[in-house]
Design a protein around this ligand. Sequence first.
Ligand SMILES: Cc1cc2nc3c(=O)[nH]c(=O)nc-3n(C[C@H](O)[C@H](O)[C@H](O)COP(=O)(O)OP(=O)(O)OC[C@H]3O[C@@H](n4cnc5c(N)ncnc54)[C@H](O)[C@@H]3O)c2cc1C
Length: 257
Amino acid sequence: MKNFNFKSATNTKEATKLATGRATFLAGGMSLLPAMKLRLAAYSDLINIKKIKSLSGIKVSSKSLRIGATTTHAEVSSSKEVGKSIPSLAVLADGIGDPQVRNSGSIANNDPAADYPSACLALNATIHTSKRKILADKFFTGMFETELKKGELIESIEFEVPEKSAYAKFPNPASRYAVVGVYVAKLKKEVRVAVTGAGSCVFRSKELENALSENFSPSAIDNINISNKNLNSDIHASAEYRSHIIKVMARKAVSSC
Ligand SMILES: Cc1cc2nc3c(=O)[nH]c(=O)nc-3n(C[C@H](O)[C@H](O)[C@H](O)COP(=O)(O)OP(=O)(O)OC[C@H]3O[C@@H](n4cnc5c(N)ncnc54)[C@H](O)[C@@H]3O)c2cc1C
């Protein structure tokens, strides 16, 4: 854990240039440092990106809301622009961890129980990186895995502004990570429902999307069967329980839209 070089970048070009070999980016360090301490990850160089001013901030237009990569959860939850444009995103950010954790943020980690990946999928987000634009549908590829290539830096995330949306989470009482979290969004052209915490990676529920596209109301969810085939079973909840909670959280989210 202690054998690494600490480097700070002041712009994105410098950060990507420094990120060679076994280097990685350091944002808030809330996930990266515990992983290194537990020897689950090891790097030769940590590139601090918190000093890059262009990576922080919130921009709103009528169609989309763009959040810079190092904007903190606290900034998102208290932002008037987010509250007006996509209030469900402010609610999601407010429910992450505790106040200390809420002062950092990243989707690159793709923890299977993290909240933001569900917002990215449901709100048809585009991830802007130092190299390209990646649609959220293609970004989250597996447990702690993303489409990001070595040295590719996330610069911002652009969310589509929905007609209606809500996020409902059944949190782990200790960490506040999602045992199950369901993000429901009625966009201009489609209804999207993303589920986090329940499987090895965030996923869209076609069953819920089809039912809510026909009838966007809590009752549309009543007769749906959510298969528990690929869901997690662990000390917090069985796969059967998670499949039940997905429906409960989906109903709760649609009711609060
Ligand atoms: C006690 C506790 C409770 C938590 N509860 C929740 C919760 O309820 N819900 C939830 O969703 N999360 C929760 N988290 C995780 C939290 O949201 C972290 O802030 C987040 O996972 C990591 O953000 P960070 O800025 O600290 O990133 P870091 O730890 O610095 O980085 C994490 C990974 O992302 C990479 N990375 C960071 N920024 C970029 C970038 N711009 N481009 C490319 N790669 C990048 C790093 O190299 C590293 O691999 C919790 C964490 C803790 C410690």
